[in-house]
Design a protein around this ligand. Structure first.
Ligand code: SAH
Length: 232
């Protein structure tokens, strides 16, 4: 397991407070529920168990941090529900050492879970709102994920400097995968994100895609989802 604070290495110098203990128990129960609900990889479940979600939500919402629901994080944005983060990490089928581009850092929680699987130094994340990027950076540093790279900017442009990536995912919904992001994923690499489906039914679908050698995408819709729209 990469980064992250170990169970007995909490911010108060290893003096495990009742609070930390309660959060850990709540997190274990959350992981049990996720495992009962879906056939997630062990690595996905271990990552969900390692990352303290309560540290990423506003203090007034901490008591609800391990419920399976999205929560507001400021700037009109939300942290995804735990099962959605687990599903996205799982579906990308990531291996340690793979490089990953995230569009939409938000509070940094999803980034930390992904970093548990690939290693924080392999994760590059782009966030539109400077205030969110800054607080995510601070929180990730504090929790041992300081090697995650964060850039303030428009995710439609991806992050060319560290391309090619083995995988890329979006946590806000555009109408299609941005061209630059597709370009920055290597042939054979994977993309995952909520896309506005348009048409009569509307709504969003989570779409998984593998990039073919010729640069085109082999797509597969994975079900209805609801994410915040990607800003432009
Ligand atoms: N993964 C986040 C979820 C964040 S919600 C978490 O765990 O908290 C979606 C995020 O995408 C928001 O932070 C929003 O500001 C960001 N976003 C929206 N449009 C964007 C764009 N064009 N480029 C980069 N980030 C964007």
């Amino acid at each position: 397991m990469f980064g992250g604070r170990g169970p007995d290495d909490s911010a108060n110098g290893g003096n495990d407070s009742t609070d930390d203990h309660d959060y850990r128990r709540a997190r274990e129960r959350m992981v049990d529920r996720l495992a009962a609900r879906e056939n997630f990889d062990d690595a996905t479940l271990a990552a969900m168990e390692a990352v303290p979600r309560h540290e990423f939500v506003p203090p007034g919402r901490r008591d609800r941090a391990y419920e399976d629901r999205p929560l507001p994080i400021g700037s009109d944005q939300t942290i995804s529900a735990p099962h959605m983060v687990a599903a996205m990490v799982d579906q990308l089928d990531l291996s340690p050492g793979e490089s990953v581009l995230e569009i939409g850092t938000g509070c940094g929680y999803h980034a930390a879970v992904t970093a548990e699987v690939v290693g924080p130094e392999n994760l590059y994340s782009v966030e539109y709102h400077e205030s969110l990027a800054e607080s995510a950076r601070g929180q990730l540093d504090d929790l041992g994920y300081g090697d995650i790279s964060i850039r303030v900017g428009d995710g439609h442009e991806g992050w060319p400097g560290f391309a090619p990536y083995d995988a890329a995912y979006l946590t806000a919904a555009p109408s299609d995968f941005p061209d630059a992001v597709v370009e920055q994923v290597r042939p054979g690499g994977r993309l995952l994100g909520p896309l506005e489906s348009g048409g009569r039914l509307g709504g969003q679908r989570l779409v998984f895609a593998r990039k073919r050698a010729d640069g085109s995408l082999d797509r597969e819709a994975r079900g209805r989802v609801r994410f915040v729209p990607m800003l432009d």
